[in-house]
Design a protein around this ligand. Sequence first.
Ligand code: ADP
Ligand code: ZN
Ligand code: ZN
Length: 743
Amino acid sequence: MKNLFADIIIANTNVDRPFTYIIPEKMRDSIIPGCPVLIEFGKIVKKGYVIDIRENTNVDVSKLKSILSIPERELSADENLLSLAIWIKHRYGVSFDKAIATVMPVRSEAAERVSNEISLNIDAECLDKKIEELIKSRKTAWARVLEELKTKTSLPQSFINKELKVNSATLKKMEEEGYIVIGSKKRKVNPLLPILRSLGIEDFNDVIKPKEYTLNVEQENAVNTFKCDFENCSRNTYLLHGITGSGKTLVFINMIKYVISKGYKAIVLIPEISLTYQTVLRMAEHFGERVAIINSKLSKNEKFYQFERIKNDDADVIIGPRSAIFAPVKNLGLIVIDEEHDSAYKNENVPTFNVRDVAQKLSEITNASLVLASATPTPETYNRAMEKEIKLLELKTRAKNTALPKVSIVDMRDELKRGNRSIFSDKLRTLIEDRLRKHEQIMLFMNRRGYSSFVSCRSCGEAIKCKHCDVTMTLHNNNRLVCHYCGYSIDLPKTCPSCNSKYIANFGTGTQKLEAMTRAEFPNAKVLRMDTDSVSKKNSANDMIRDFAKGDADILIGTQMIVKGHDFSNVTLVGIMAADTSLYVSNYTSAQRTFELLTQAAGRAGRAKDGEAVIQTYKPENYAIVAAAAQDYKRYFDNEIAYRSLGGYPPACHMLTVMFSSIKEEELNKCASETVKIIKSEATFKKSMIIGPTEPSVSKVKDYYRKLVYIKNANYDILLNIQKKIEESLGNYRNVGAIYDFN
Ligand code: ADP
Ligand code: ZN
Ligand code: ZN
């Protein structure tokens, strides 16, 4: 028989190229691209991944080794995921090994297997035929197991060992050959159950029958456009842009139903499962047990079990955070990214991808459609819609015939002038009292980001900015203000540099302080606080949300956590305590984050009854605040895109952020500045804008010093070349490493 060869990437090595091995005859049927294998590499047995299978090789065959074995119980990335890994490698300039580790599904450790349950892994229809075959080939033990499994969904391994007299080694073989699945009992628990239980629903089948809403005209149009395209084999990317409460969820649920009816499956990404349980519940209502959930809090085994359910075709819809995009789904027809603007979609580790971009690629590889849903899409995505690269589906009215909340802006500088030093403006206080009297609920939102880190004047509203750059300076522990873009620093002044007022303050009050003040101001109100400090237990966020939804508290105080996707019908007032805080984060996305938060927060008001929102700010003229108050996305976008174009930020330009780090400060500084010099001197990089090296907001982490360099260019490939050049330069410095973030 002719030889067959496999190109294999070796895991956990720095050698970034494939090696060729011979595929032993007995493995020919089981080895496919994406398959993990064990091989001998430099006299050590190592794990690798098959990336290609070929009939020929240029290498001398007598020098090649054979693949040793296929490791047990691993889900291999299928070919699509492998293509995706190759794309990730190139797109984010990471090694093959890293790229494959990124897309590889979770693995289950054999040691974790306790109290095993044995279940069938072959279709019921062909069971009798298989049993017959086994008896013919004298594998009677195998036949006994299958016979017993005919009527049961699963059996404990101990029962099979004792009663059927089939030993564990045989079971293992049966599993290897795909007859059965050996799983632990624990894995059989559907992760949806804890979420349902927290809502007082004990039985999965009790899940409330979906309310059969008739789609309104706008929803209908959106779904129909999608269906028509799908029917005509046109798989597109869509931006589903709908104001808060417009019923986006129902739209994509209908799209998913359609795709399933055509024999396809769907992946739905949500920002953070514990905070979006209502979306999960609604999916469960509509798709019942054919939902698989991937949750960062699941154990490895539980995750593995969910992946197995997906592989075994036990689920049509996979819901999960970022990593769920790498679920081993066959026949993918649709990917939905709910709240596509959410920062949770950005992978903070290398490769620092935004899952939106990965999903776009995966949809191209698998010929699936992609739907990005948001009330406040990222400027990048909206810009693509404006450029007609992707299709825009719009929902402009609220689904339940309630008006958008009435939003007013309160200028906190005026309050101060009138002598009101409280964190409640007179207007907000009056409205809170009114709602308490009417037994309606109130949400008070406070931004977690940015507070305490910058300094602003309470008289004139100015925040202290760098002389050389258009950014706010950051207060460091040593009472110095530092510019994170150019490194310029000054002592914390005693009076405002603009107006000389002495009411200059380290901005911001934390949620705890807000809670105390709320209790003091409204002693009869029941107050609930929800933030990362108060939420620690596994389902505690769900518990709090449920309690509040049931009416157990009058006022819910919280950070970002409370604005995400919740639909509280009795909330008629939302107070936004310090709208400005996110504006002063020294990053080009600060206005975007502010607009998102304010729009989402205000959108919480009046989901069922008419609502009102009050935005308290020291910067009432800022475009993000003005547009959020008007609930006018287009107005925000026009301003934002102008700002991005002017500053050369995405989407106007691509930006590569390089974080150099080293335990040796001097070597780091030398390396960073020399490397920048090299890039600047390279003719082909001439059109790039290079900023830095500068200090990051945290200049030392775990004894590693860090330096930042920003490089902007409209041409992404040039940034990739620059990255290569930087890597070359890094070769001269033993103790310096770099992390790359492409935007
Ligand atoms: P969004 O995600 O766009 O903010 P939701 O999907 O949460 O909006 O929908 C808001 C509310 O409107 C939900 O309570 C939902 O059940 C309801 N809803 C959605 N579509 C309809 C419809 N066609 N008829 C009646 N109610 C609807
Ligand atoms: Zn001032
Ligand atoms: Zn500066």
